[in-house]
Structures are given as structure tokens and as C-alpha cells.
Design a protein around this ligand. Structure first.
Ligand code: FAD
Length: 395
């Protein structure tokens, strides 16, 4: 008796996924290749796209309905981001809102959630920025040096962040800072705290930003705090537990970035396949040569395989089960697959792969990021080696 009901549920789930894909694709048709090419050339933030995505409610997918969001799961959220990439866009302009708000949702007070989440869901406030990485600590997050010292009803923040993305287009920033000096805690992961910082008038009060010019169009910055005061009420959860809260959000981040890479991977293999079928050299389509076919076919296989791991990670996440292993593997496999597909696509296009009007060089630059951020391939392998395989800790 169970099977038919399961099939009905399965069909329903797939139907709604297909509906999400159709709706996001439809929105993306308003932002064709030329839109992304031009914003890349001008190094402009894709404001119109982010606004359209927000107005349509897609960035509030993971916010529960009681706070004005759509209360969808990570599977659905990942499909939204995948479709943006698959349409040739770049969700890196806004993807962080989907996972940063999870920290507020899971660890914020009732008052913080009631105040911020409906405003984030409606688009009144953007929570696009998170400041974790620092120049002196990099991957070694818990060695960060930015401090937040409690003084009465305020915290005074001093220090510096680097690669803080989208902060100039965000109203709020999630900040990780040290609240207890390193020599007063047993483990260096202790004594770090998360704050939800309102950026409205911050620029007049010791908060400053210097943009970093990067390989691709990605608004990212150095951020400086000089005796910058924030209300004590900006603290999320308990003081000193912030590193744990940031870790809690990482599986969602990994799954969503994996989905973006999968969208990129499909985009590259589709473009490569189309071009290989159309381009005639030596009186035949170049795709008739197996030397051209095989790299595309191999990349496609790897994108499909990574896609399965992404769905498995998302399924576990949505079921509330442990998914660190699968989320990490999905992110690495998807980033590798999209990079392989990007290379195959450039190679298939020969010289035209380098011409801006084909958009391939742009997507090639964009997808390269995911070998490094938000977590590098080495760090994922290190996680699998130590936490899954039980090999000795290396750092
Ligand atoms: C465009 C862009 C946007 C970003 N956006 C944000 C953001 O919004 N917020 C934020 O907080 N951060 C952001 N980051 C930062 C990103 O998460 C870091 O760049 C990344 O975590 C690596 O840190 P790092 O650059 O200091 O490299 P490092 O830590 O200096 O590492 C350099 C290289 O060495 C490798 N390595 C280091 N230690 C080991 C080890 N023990 N074993 C093996 N390999 C090792 C790393 O894998 C890496 O390849 C962004 C980065 C970029 C490029």
C-alpha cells in the first residue's frame, strides 16, 4: 500500500520542482547574456536582477512562512540557484542571503527574528554580507584577530576583514569577531561571537570599505573597523559560541554552491555541445571528431554524478539528518565538474572561447572561484580525510 502514496508524493515533489525551474527560467529570460556581459564589462552590481529575484520572493525561499518567506527546503533553494547559473547568470551577486539568514533563524532571539526576517523576506533589508575571512588568518578562521569588546550596552569592534562580498549592496552584515582573548579560552574555537550589524549609518562611525578588483565581476571588499560601536543587542545567540553558529550554516552553503556549479556545468556542456554540432571545419562538424566529443561527454558525466551527490546532501539536510560528508563532497565534486566543463567548453570553441561576445570566458572566470571559495578543495579533502576516513589531523 505504501508504494502508490510514495509515488504520488514523489510526483508532487517533482511537479513543484519543475514549477520552480520554469518560473526561475522565465525570470532569467529578462536577463539575457547581454545583460551579464555588460555588467561584467562595467563591473557593475547586477542590481536589476537582484531586485527582480527578491521581488519574486526567490531569495526568501528558506525563510519560514511565519516570517513572510516561502518556507521551502534546501532542495528547492538549490534548484533556484542552479537555474540562475544554467541560464547564464551569476547568483554570486546574491546567493549569500539564502544561507546567512539561517544563522539568524537558528540562533537569533525571538525579537531578532521577528524584527529582521520579515524585512529580509520582503526585500526591505538585504542580508548579503558576511565578514569571516581576515588577511592574517585566511582558512584558519579561529585565528582571526578582529575583536568586539563589551562596553555597557555596546560592543566596540576593531580589526579588519577581507573578501567581504556584497557589503556595499547590503543593509546588514553577519560579523564573526573575537569577544574573549585567545589566551583566556581553552580551545581557539571558543570566545568567538556572531553579530548582525546594521550598516545604515556605520560608514560615519568607524566602519570603512575598500573594494578589491577581482578576476570576475564580484563585488568584494576589504572592511575596516576602527573603534566601531554596535549595540549589544546585535549579538546573535550566546557570546563566545559564534564559531559553532557559523559552522552550523556551512552545510547549507556547501549544498547551494554545489547547485550553482552544477548549473554552470550544464550551461558549459550545453554550449559546447551546440557549438560542436554547428561548427564545420574540414568539411564536417567538429563534434564528429571524438577528440572533441569525449571531453564534453566526460564533463557531462561528472556534472551528472555531482548532481546526484547534491540531491543526496539536500535530501539529508531537509530531513534534518547529518549531512556534513555529503555536503562537502557535493561541493567539491560540483566545483571540479563545472571547472572541467568550463575547460572543455573553451577548448571546443577554439579562439571564440576567448571572445567576450560568446560569454564563455566570462562564465569560465566566474566558475573558477568555487575551487577556492567559500571553502577550498584542499580543505574539503582534509575534512573527508580526517572526519570521514579517520586519518590523522594535519593542522
Ligand atoms: C571572490 C571572493 C569572494 C569571497 N567572499 C567572501 C565573503 O563574502 N566572506 C568571507 O568571509 N570570505 C569570503 N571569501 C574568502 C574565501 O572564503 C577565502 O579566500 C578562502 O576561505 C581561502 O582563504 P585565503 O584566501 O586566505 O587562503 P589561504 O588560507 O591563505 O590559503 C591559500 C591556499 O592554501 C591552501 N591551504 C591553506 N591551508 C592548508 C592546509 N592546511 N592544507 C592544505 N591546503 C591548505 C588553501 O586551500 C588555499 O588554496 C571570498 C573569496 C573570494 C576570492
Amino acid at each position: 500500500m505504501a508504494a502508490p502514496q510514495d509515488s504520488v508524493d514523489f510526483a508532487r515533489a517533482n511537479q513543484s520542482h519543475a514549477d520552480i525551474r520554469d518560473a526561475v527560467r522565465d525570470l532569467c529570460t529578462r536577463f539575457p547574456d547581454s545583460y551579464w556581459r555588460e555588467s561584467d564589462r562595467q563591473r557593475e552590481y547586477p542590481e536589476a536582477f537582484v531586485k527582480a529575484l527578491t521581488d519574486a520572493g526567490w531569495l526568501a525561499a528558506l525563510i519560514p512562512e511565519q516570517y513572510g518567506g516561502s518556507g521551502l527546503g534546501i532542495t528547492e533553494a538549490s534548484i533556484i540557484l542552479e537555474e540562475i547559473q544554467r541560464a547564464g547568470g551569476n547568483g554570486g551577486a546574491c546567493h549569500a542571503q539564502m544561507y546567512t539568514m539561517g544563522t539568524v533563524l537558528r540562533h537569533g532571539s525571538a525579537a531578532q527574528k521577528a524584527h529582521y526576517l520579515p524585512r529580509i523576506a520582503s526585500g526591505e533589508l538585504r542580508l548579503q554580507a558576511f565578514g569571516v575571512t581576515e588577511p592574517g588568518s585566511g582558512t584558519d578562521t579561529t585565528s582571526l584577530k578582529t575583536t568586539a569588546v563589551r562596553k555597557g550596552d555596546r560592543y566596540v569592534v576593531n580589526g579588519q576583514k577581507v573578501f567581504t562580498s556584497r557589503v556595499q549592496h547590503s543593509d546588514l552584515m553577519l560579523l564573526l569577531a573575537r569577544t574573549t582573548p585567545r589566551d583566556q579560552v581553552q580551545k581557539k574555537s571558543q570566545g568567538l561571537s556572531v553579530f548582525l550589524v546594521e550598516l545604515g549609518d556605520a560608514y560615519d562611525k568607524g566602519f570603512s570599505v575598500t573594494p578589491i578588483d577581482t578576476l570576475m565581476n564580484h563585488e568584494t571588499n576589504q572592511v575596516f573597523f576602527d573603534e566601531f560601536e554596535i549595540p549589544a543587542a546585535s549579538l546573535i545567540g550566546e557570546e563566545g559560541k559564534g564559531f559553532r553558529y557559523i559552522l552550523d550554516g556551512m552545510n547549507a552553503e556547501r549544498i547551494l554552491i554545489a547547485a550553482e556549479c552544477i548549473g554552470d556545468g550544464y550551461w558549459f556542456t550545453e554550449r559546447a555541445t551546440r557549438y560542436a554540432g554547428e561548427r564545420v571545419i574540414f568539411d564536417r562538424p567538429i563534434g564528429q571528431n571524438q577528440g572533441v566529443q569525449f571531453p564534453i561527454a566526460r564533463a557531462y558525466c561528472n556534472v551528472r554524478a555531482a548532481d546526484l551527490m547534491r540531491y543526496e546532501a539536500a535530501r539529508l539536510f531537509d530531513a534534518g539528518e547529518a549531512c556534513g560528508e555529503e555536503a562537502n563532497m557535493a561541493k567539491m565534486l560540483a566545483a571540479d565538474a563545472s571547472w572541467e566543463a568550463a575547460n572543455a567548453c573553451v577548448q571546443t570553441h577554439g579562439g571564440y572561447g576567448f571572445a567576450r561576445e560568446f560569454d564563455i570566458e566570462r562564465k569560465f572566470r566566474e566558475t573558477r572561484l568555487y575551487q577556492v571559495a567559500p571553502v577550498s578543495t584542499n580543505l574539503i579533502l582534509s575534512y573527508i580525510g580526517e572526519h570521514v576516513l579517520g586519518l590523522p589531523r594535519s593542522y
